[in-house]
Design a protein around this ligand. Structure first.
Ligand code: AMP
Ligand code: GLY
Length: 427
């Protein structure tokens, strides 16, 4: 098979890496891909991820059998619809279902309509009305830009004053651009988060090992929300009882709701969950694509071949008997540019990637790098690398990942030291 991956970040590098290891795959292509992805894929840097016509032409020319769309942007723009209209097998939902991620108010209305447990919420297009609501709540709450903001448009606020500031930043100063024209103000949920992945063809479903992301910039879950500073899988917070509840109270009702609302879905449904002390799961958000950096950890963790899952979902013929959960514990530590998620500098030379990968259990996925004039790599983004290791136990995977991180250097490098600490702390 020939598989085309759309995207260029750490998640797409991880997908291309895993897809390239499938015995079914003869060739991997990527649009636009990245210098680092050239190890796994033929990269077509000149093609835009939103340019459906160019993607269709490329797929025809290169006899592509399957297109896997990595990021949410092209899905929300309807790229998957256009590729399917052209007769291609595509992993990723169409524009209509992608609203589950692209509009938080759409997602909240979907959950209310289908009685899917989530935080109480109200949605506003008017700053003064939103402020009045926050004052009336008079306690902790969460302020979210309605549209896509690369995981950064959310402020978890202890006090009404902090929420008022977040409203000003989002709606008046437009820190997240047009994504902040509307906001959702939510009840703050308490508990532990998990990322849950259900691959589906709209009817059948295969779930992956639960993962956990680390969204805040600093150790101990302090600092601002980021796109994700590290991840691990499987996440022990999702034990068998919790998982049974996730399936019956969230995954199945979501799939029934999609069908009832006439929203076809062939791809991965990524459910961001909050699990409270008594094991009750609630939805924080839906995403319509794989998580970043959870995917980096999951592809290292998973023993199964990913391609039959992607291809089965894309063709509407997913084999629900595939065991996609079996694997070894894996940890991904993100090396970020100093200052991220706010302003940061790029173009810093990176040393030590080869050295880090000398351990065969370690893979360094590239999130934001480019080829340096000297032949190595230099930084080109906020999240730069995802140093990913597996081991016979969490402790071993984590030790390996951090030993590999210690070999990598660039000016301003920032990482969290506590990725996977929660899993270690559990009995
Ligand atoms: P989202 O982009 O909606 O996933 O939100 C980003 C992060 O903000 C989540 O991963 C949580 O850490 C936090 N968050 C979002 N909504 C809530 C909520 N209702 N209660 C508590 N934390 C939340
Ligand atoms: N790691 C969270 C996300 O991909 O949205």
């Amino acid at each position: 098979m020939r598989v085309l991956v759309v995207g260029s970040g750490g998640r797409e590098h991880a997908l291309a890496w895993k897809i390239a290891r499938s015995p079914r795959v003869e060739r991997v292509l990527a649009v636009p891909g990245s210098a680092a992805m050239e190890r796994e894929a033929a990269c077509f840097a000149g093609v835009g991820t939103d340019d459906a016509a160019a993607l269709v032409a490329l797929a025809a020319r290169e006899a592509v059998d399957l297109v896997v769309v990595g990021p949410e942007g092209p899905l929300a723009a309807g790229v998957a619809d256009r590729l399917r209209d052209a007769g291609l097998a595509v992993f990723g939902p169409g524009r209509a279902a992608a609203q589950l991620e692209a509009s938080k108010s759409f997602a909240k209305e979907f959950m209310s309509r289908h009685r899917i447990p989530t935080a109480a919420h109200a949605s506003f297009a008017d700053l003064d009305a939103a402020k009045a609501h926050v004052r009336a709540l008079d306690g902790p709450c969460v302020v979210k830009a309605d549209g896509l903001a690369a995981g950064k448009g959310v402020a978890v606020c202890e006090t009404p004053e902090a929420a008022l500031r977040a409203l000003e930043e989002t709606m008046a100063a437009r820190r997240f651009g047009a994504a902040g024209e509307r906001v959702v103000v939510e009840e703050r949920l308490e508990g532990e988060e998990a990322s849950f992945y259900a691959i589906t063809d709209g009817e059948r479903v295969v779930t992956l090992a639960a993962a956990q992301d680390h969204k805040r910039a600093l150790d101990g879950d302090r600092g601002e929300n980021t796109g994700g500073m590290g991840a691990y899988a499987p996440a022990p917070v999702v034990g068998p009882a919790v998982e049974a509840r996730i399936l019956s109270e969230i995954v199945q009702p979501t799939l029934r709701g999609l069908a009832a609302d006439g929203l076809p879905y062939r791809g991965v449904l990524f459910i961001g969950l909050m699990i409270d002390r008594s094991g009750v799961p609630r939805v924080i958000e839906y995403n319509v694509r794989f998580g970043d950096p959870e995917t980096q950890a999951l592809v290292r963790q998973m023993h199964a071949d990913l391609v039959p899952l992607l291809d089965g979902a894309a063709r509407g013929a997913l084999d629900p008997s595939i065991d996609a959960r079996a694997g070894d514990p894996a940890v991904c530590v993100v090396l970020a540019s100093g200052g991220y998620p706010r302003a940061f500098e790029t173009g810093k030379a990176i040393d030590g990637i080869d050295d880090a990968e000398r351990d065969p259990e370690v893979v360094v996925f590239h999130a934001g790098t480019k080829r340096a004039p000297t032949g190595g790599f230099s930084t080109a983004g906020g999240r730069v690398l995802g140093v990913t290791a597996r081991g016979a136990s969490f402790a071993v995977a984590r030790e390996r990942a951090y030993a590999a991180c210690a070999r990598i250097r660039f000016e301003g490098l920032h990482l969290r030291r506590d990725i996977g600490a929660r899993a270690l702390a559990r009995p």
